[in-house]
Design a protein around this ligand. Structure first.
Ligand SMILES: C[S@@+](CC[C@H](N)C(=O)[O-])C[C@H]1O[C@@H](n2cnc3c(N)ncnc32)[C@H](O)[C@@H]1O
Length: 413
């Protein structure tokens, strides 16, 4: 029953599937009312009146609700348009209809397309975006937000170098505007896009990543060129599609046969090269050293004893908010350790220290050997690029660590 496209009316979806499968997510873009003729007598939208069209969509999505897993979801790409001098608010009319069937509208996302039809009319400016409606079956749903974070340092603002505590180690969270250009002829294969605007595969991939795991079933009741189905298969998910127009199904099968193996190989290869782990360890290293830098700043304000800090990571933190355990050894001729530790315990409970996700351990020693092969030295004013021309014994070196960072914020945006 799975991994196929039914050449059938999606109003008959339950009959065809016989309630034998459960779907994790549905990703689809139904016909936008009567905007396009898809060349079939049973098509939804074209040739119908608006109310019948909305009622049909409501029935289809209600049927889908019944076969969706409790932690499952529904993505609908849809847009407004104009009839008889008025905007038809299709995304909102449809979401009200879906509310009646039990779907919970979790989010409205803007899909910003860079290319679009070049014309505008009086009272209707040029269109540059469409809506993505995100519904869930219940309040507990799959949402793998860490998998779609942006950790490409070429796209982040340069502040991540100096303010690592403000950046999630997994990357920057998605925002409500998704920029994906409409696929051009050729990007889904020459034949494949002849009649369509298929959804961009990167955008479909983001939805699949967010709302499913491997082997889950993804449904598209208006499959068209099959972009959702293809991307699901590439990403090790199962798929089910419905499409009235058999030409499109044949085009999809042909495209699948010719390109699937290559696409799957590329996808698998990229999985191991994402760079998210590297970004995470970079942010954590920056935090470990900046924490030491702020400690020195605050202790220097109150006490006159000169000291260096040895900062060494010792493992993962315990609680939800503590990500990392770090040993901070204060090296100096102290005669007031008790006072200093009281001060430290007071400041680390408050921001900025409390924002670092660091579970610190402190100790005091008179001397500690540093080795120039293993250790790197940092200034009181800069904890993100180590000092190459200074000895570790230099009084200007205040932080010593086995962490090697050599970053320059001006290398970034
Ligand atoms: C906007 S297109 C979908 C495009 C698709 N998302 C893609 O990436 O190519 C809508 C599709 O729904 C199909 N369709 C219309 N009415 C249908 C129905 N009652 N059952 C199944 N498919 C239908 C049309 O033939 C058309 O291919």
């Amino acid at each position: 029953m799975i991994n196929k496209v039914y050449n059938a009316d999606s109003r008959k979806l339950l009959e065809k599937l016989d309630k034998k499968i459960t779907v994790k997510t549905t990703i689809t873009s139904p016909p936008y009312f009567d905007m396009k003729d898809y060349g079939n007598d049973n098509q939804i939208g074209f040739g119908q009146n608006y109310q019948d069209y909305l009622n049909d969509l409501q029935k289809i999505f209600h049927d889908i609700y019944k076969i969706t897993e409790d932690d499952g979801s529904l993505w609908i790409v849809i847009d407004t348009f104009k009839r008889e001098n008025q905007v038809v608010t299709l995304p909102f009319d449809l979401s009200n209809k879906l509310k009646e069937t039990g779907w919970l509208l979790q989010d409205i996302i803007i899909w910003k397309k860079d290319k679009t039809v070049p014309w505008s009319k009086n009272g209707f400016v040029q269109r540059k975006f469409e809506y993505i409606l995100f519904f869930t079956k219940s309040k507990d749903f799959i949402y793998n937000k860490d998998r779609v974070r942006n950790f490409d340092t070429d796209q982040l603002k340069k502040w991540w170098v100096k303010y690592p505590e403000r950046y999630n180690p997994k990357g920057k969270a998605l925002d409500e505007i998704w920029e994906f250009s409409i696929p051009v002829q050729g990007s889904w294969g020459d034949q494949y896009v002849r009649h369509f605007c298929p959804l961009p595969k990167e955008m479909v991939s983001q939805m699949i990543e967010l709302s499913t795991n491997n082997d889950d079933i993804v449904l598209d009741p208006f499959a068209g060129s099959g972009s959702v189905l293809f991307q699901s298969a590439v990403m090790h998910r199962n798929y089910v599609g419905f499409e009235l127009n058999n030409d499109f199904i044949e085009m999809f099968s042909d495209y699948f046969r010719k390109t699937f193996n290559k696409a799957r190989k590329e996808y698998d290869l990229l999985q191991n090269l994402t760079g998210q782990n590297e970004f995470e360890s970079r942010i954590l290293d920056l935090r470990v050293l900046k924490y030491a830098k702020l400690l020195i700043r605050d202790i220097d304000k109150v006490f006159s004893t000169y000291f260096k800090i040895f900062a060494l990571k010792i493992g993962k933190g315990d609680g939800k908010h503590k990500i990392l355990k770090v040993n901070y050894t204060l090296v100096g001729e102290f005669d007031n350790e008790d006072e200093i530790i009281v001060k430290i315990n007071e400041i680390i409970l408050k921001p900025p220290f409390s924002k670092f996700g660091i579970e610190p351990k402190f100790n005091f020693v008179k001397n500690k050997m540093a080795s120039k092969d293993k250790h790197y030295g940092y200034l009181k004013s800069n904890s993100y690029s180590y000092q190459k021309s200074l000895d570790l014994e230099s009084p200007l070196i205040r932080i010593i660590s086995d962490i090697c960072l050599d970053l320059n914020e001006n290398d970034y945006l």
